[in-house]
Design a protein around this ligand. Structure first.
Ligand code: SAM
Length: 213
């Protein structure tokens, strides 16, 4: 995702530390306290500019949403949009998904969304894919036993790889959708990438997977 360098991004992060939470490991096992309620927590890993999170937060006001994005300039754009949306059930983390175990405790989450994750098509980059086994190990710890990973992509290769990765890991696949936009689904909230690729007529793939603990 291309972004202009924003030299004022550090100041912005500091001024908006109520929204883009610094040092998130301090809140491990206490995220509900920060939201000020007991609602379930859903996270989007690789949240980009925040469109999905804002749409979901509006559709599900009784869910707490956290967006994890490791590119600073992108999370700043997401934060600007969250502020404009006035949604109170969203927090953002400028963190790498590799550090999820430092941020969330066992069973703390109900859903993990992976939307249009970077495909990393070269074999030597397999470990960077967010559906690689080492990421699944982390998701399994922080998701509660009935929690789900919900994965959407336009990338057929990454989709096939991820289905194999989920199933090799012993996960239960509850949905495999090879053309999400084939039928109208008013509950589907589109991400930025989803809008872009579906407008070009590309099929969008979705699957829902659960760990069998
Ligand atoms: N989810 C958005 C969407 O569907 O429009 C953005 C998709 S974009 C292709 C993938 C995003 O994931 C990028 O913004 C990238 O910086 C972020 N990302 C990739 N790997 C990540 C990681 N390990 N931790 C946090 N963010 C990551």
């Amino acid at each position: 995702m291309r972004q202009r360098y924003k030299p004022w991004a550090d100041d912005f992060l500091e001024e908006n530390s109520h929204l883009i939470i610094p040092d998130p490991s301090k809140h491990k096992n206490k995220w509900r306290r920060l939201f000020g309620n007991d609602n379930p927590i859903h996270i989007e890993v690789g949240t980009g500019k925040g469109q999905f999170l804002i749409g979901m937060a509006g559709q599900y006001p009784n869910v707490n949403f956290i967006g994890v994005e490791f590119v600073k300039s992108i999370i700043v754009t997401a934060a600007e949009k969250v502020i404009l949306s006035e949604q109170k059930n969203i927090l953002l983390l400028n963190e790498d998904a590799a550090d999820l175990l430092e941020i969330f405790s066992e069973n703390e989450l109900t859903t993990i969304y992976l939307n249009f994750s970077d495909p990393w098509p070269k074999n030597r980059h397999e470990k960077r894919r967010l559906t690689y086994q080492s990421f699944l190990e982390k998701y399994q710890v922080i998701l509660n036993p009935s929690g789900e990973v919900i994965f959407k992509t336009d990338n057929r290769g990454l989709f096939e790889y991820s289905l194999v990765s989920f199933s090799k890991y012993g996960m239960e696949l509850n949905e495999i959708n090879l053309d999400l936009h084939d039928h109208d689904d008013p509950t589907n909230v589109m991400t930025e990438y989803e809008e872009k690729f579906s407008a070009k007529g590309q099929p969008i793939y979705r699957c829902r997977a659960r760990f069998l603990n």
